[in-house]
Design a protein around this ligand. Sequence first.
Ligand SMILES: Cc1cc2nc3c(=O)[nH]c(=O)nc-3n(C[C@H](O)[C@H](O)[C@H](O)COP(=O)(O)O)c2cc1C
Length: 362
Amino acid sequence: MGNSLGKLFTITSFGESHGNCMGIVVDGCPAGLPLTEADIQQEVARRRPGAVGTTERWEPDKVEIISGVYDGHSTGAPIAMLSWNKDVDSGVYKKNRFALRPGHADYTAFVKYGGFNDFRGGGRFSGRITLACVMAGAIAKKLLGRLGIDVFAHTVEIGGIKARAQALSDIKEKARENSLWCADPEAAEKMARLIEQTREEKDSIGGIIEGIALNVPAGLGEPVFDNFDGELAKALFAIPAVKGVAFGAGFAVASMKGSENNDLYDIKDGKIVTRTNNAGGVLGGISTGMPVIVRVAVKPTASIARSQETVDIEKMVKTSLAVMGRHDTCIVPRAVPGVEAMLAVTICDFARRAGLIPGVLS
Ligand SMILES: Cc1cc2nc3c(=O)[nH]c(=O)nc-3n(C[C@H](O)[C@H](O)[C@H](O)COP(=O)(O)O)c2cc1C
């Protein structure tokens, strides 16, 4: 089963897009963390639709904490959280149940679960899975905040339009000024126009999200199989539509010389630092103490209103399909909080494994 992640700070995901609810169980949160539904709700609100070209499905996404919190503090018991699905319209999914959406998980899910999987709204393969991950991420962020670790993400590219590079210290605030979570307002406007145009063309576009974690201490990660970068990549690939994960200079290292790629060591305020950060904050599967920088490639939304050739898997005949329903023209902005959540949850797990977070907080 692949519904759980982590070793000492674990999350277990449950729920389907058009089922009763989306939920998550967080185990390994120490006792004594001040925690309310409002703490979780404010993170969840950031992934709701609203940006140009996002789904018209309008869910309240109201978070309920159903265990593990008493009197405003975590108790040390598993924290189960959920949000009831309200705005569900499964008509189109039932009508097209056996017409495989090109680019979506309909075919692979049918093969794996013999057709018993809940296909409505994409079921377990829906972007709504990230709603529950964001709930867990809210707890992880609070815990990391106590260690001074700040985790955030921003949109760096949509449909080929690239945001201008910004100082690390400016990105978080600037990215929160528009609904695309892009720190470059001029690029954000162009991106918004392109998304709108693409929606009118009954098509979709993808892009790149950059995740950043500041003040991560050197020494996190468990080589050789639970590498810092490997576990982060695994968590990020759990976000539907993510097709690539790259740290620091990423694929560009392939054409660099060692003298260009090596991050030279230096000493700053009595601490070892590197002058550049092509490694993206990780060497040998262990955090270096430099900012963790990871880029995530998000593919264009599979469900598009344009007619495409496909196959009806029940009748085993060729057919065509224009996916109507309510879909995001570009997934990128709604996946940004998901990237933050997966980074926070994974770094929190490593911090617990390194003994940086005690079992009881004072
Ligand atoms: C926040 C979010 C929203 C998404 N919305 C849609 C959508 O409206 N329509 C769609 O076809 N896919 C959407 N997806 C992507 C699919 O869930 C994903 O492409 C599908 O499960 C196949 O998985 P894969 O692309 O990772 O291989 C969304 C993903 C995320 C993270």
